[in-house]
Design a protein around this ligand. Structure first.
Ligand SMILES: Cc1cc2nc3c(=O)[nH]c(=O)nc-3n(C[C@H](O)[C@H](O)[C@H](O)COP(=O)(O)OP(=O)(O)OC[C@H]3O[C@@H](n4cnc5c(N)ncnc54)[C@H](O)[C@@H]3O)c2cc1C
Length: 220
């Protein structure tokens, strides 16, 4: 559901200077990018050194979550600190009649805020369940329950989705004028993120088959 109680306007931090026509600042636009791609990059600074760590993200309502080892430098450094979390999808190579006009079709989001550590173990377990269920509905209850030790070894961070920008490019190349006379192929090579056929680990118990949620899996 689109939210109206978050900033839908650009701020000095989020206002796109390059191609502002491709930007959006509303919650629905940001959530649509997050929901289409679990891979995120979390940027933060340690002593002035920028670090950008790839990780998985998932959205719960108006917050974005990510997790990792409680010993992870990224999670320790990001907790309570300002972060920039990005998610991007490459949707196509845009091939023009000149090198200069080549581009890519994409959807991306940049979120800004302060990362908060989830400290309550029960809440942490619930968020991890949401992560698994968001990708593979029905799997959490098939699994051996998490132990207290595993839960302690896992850190979960979150951030409000209330300051950010989305940017999207779609469509063909933008050749004009004399360039259109060039005898060279131009158009879009679409790109999609796809999963392959499930490969079992060779240690399955008799009778265990590929779950439905794997055969239905697709990225947005
Ligand atoms: C898959 C992919 C490939 C790309 N390849 C190229 C490339 O090869 N060359 C290139 O120049 N650009 C590329 N871009 C676009 C790139 O991300 C930047 O938008 C662009 O380079 C402008 O950067 P800037 O710092 O001048 O942005 P500015 O417009 O100065 O940024 C100001 C603010 O706008 C917002 N913003 C900027 N870019 C984005 C974005 N992509 N998504 C969400 N919010 C944004 C941020 O809030 C930022 O703080 C690509 C984007 C994607 C997703």
């Amino acid at each position: 559901m689109p939210r109206t109680d978050v900033a839908a306007k650009a701020t000095p931090l989020t206002r796109l200077r390059r191609r502002p026509d491709r930007g959006a600042y509303d919650f629905a636009a940001l959530a649509a990018v997050l929901d289409a791609q679990p891979l995120a990059h979390v940027g933060y600074a340690i002593g002035g050194q920028p670090l950008v760590t790839p990780t998985l993200q998932w959205r719960e309502g108006s917050r974005v979550y990510w997790h990792g080892s409680a010993a992870s430098r990224m999670l320790k450094a990001a907790a309570g600190a300002p972060v920039c979390l990005t998610v991007s999808l490459l949707d196509g190579f845009v091939m023009a009649r000149s090198a200069f006009n080549h581009s890519v079709n994409y959807r991306s989001a940049m979120l800004f805020g302060k990362a908060e550590l989830v400290t309550d173990p029960a809440a942490k377990a619930q968020h991890l369940e949401r992560m698994v269920e968001g990708l593979f509905p029905g799997r959490w209850n098939e699994l051996r329950p998490m132990t207290a030790k595993e839960l302690k070894a896992t850190a979960v961070l979150s951030m409000a989705i209330d300051l950010g920008s989305a940017k999207l490019r779609q469509g063909p190349p933008k050749d004009e004028g004399a360039d259109l006379e060039q005898p060279v192929w131009a158009g879009v090579l679409p790109v999609r993120l796809v999963t392959g056929a499930p490969q079992d680990d060779g240690k399955l118990k008799p009778g265990v088959s590929v779950p439905d949620y794997l055969t239905r899996f697709s990225f947005g």
